[in-house]
Design a protein around this ligand. Structure first.
Ligand SMILES: [Zn+2]
Length: 133
């Protein structure tokens, strides 16, 4: 997939991958813990393998990297525009489908965007609103 990337682009890609599953997800887990909720991680039997799963409440949380999941806070890279637009569009479509599939199974999903994990106060408000309702 990345054969036609320049080293510079590859570096951008790799740094996005690194930041994707580590820090924002850890921040969310820690905050949810702090609110006193227990959860399971990455249940493979659920659509999209949600990052945090609350089996009794039938709620799940996805922590989405803004770049890969096409959040509006990011713009498409300036080179290989068609490649990226196509790739990110596919990711967005896949994300919508997994949320739909989860709802059909009776689960309530929440997507937490990476950019929302930088303000801990707001993040805590989002999470407690979702988990306590
Ligand atoms: Zn974002």
């Amino acid at each position: 997939m990345v054969d036609h990337l320049t080293p510079e682009q590859r570096h951008v890609v790799m740094s996005k991958i690194r930041s994707k599953d580590t820090l924002p997800e850890r921040v969310v887990r820690k905050t949810v813990h702090g609110l006193g909720f227990r959860f399971r991680l990455h249940r493979k039997d659920l659509p999209g393998k949600p990052d945090l799963v609350f089996p009794r409440m039938k709620k799940v949380i996805f922590v989405n990297g803004c770049f890969w999941h096409g959040h509006k806070c990011k713009s498409t890279p300036k080179s290989n525009v068609e490649f990226w637009e196509e790739k990110l569009r596919r990711n967005v479509t896949r994300d919508k489908k997994k949320l739909r599939d989860l709802r059909k199974l009776g689960w309530t999903p929440l997507v937490v965007w990476e950019c929302r994990t930088r303000n801990l106060e707001k993040l805590e408000a989002i999470l407690s609103h979702f988990l306590e309702r």
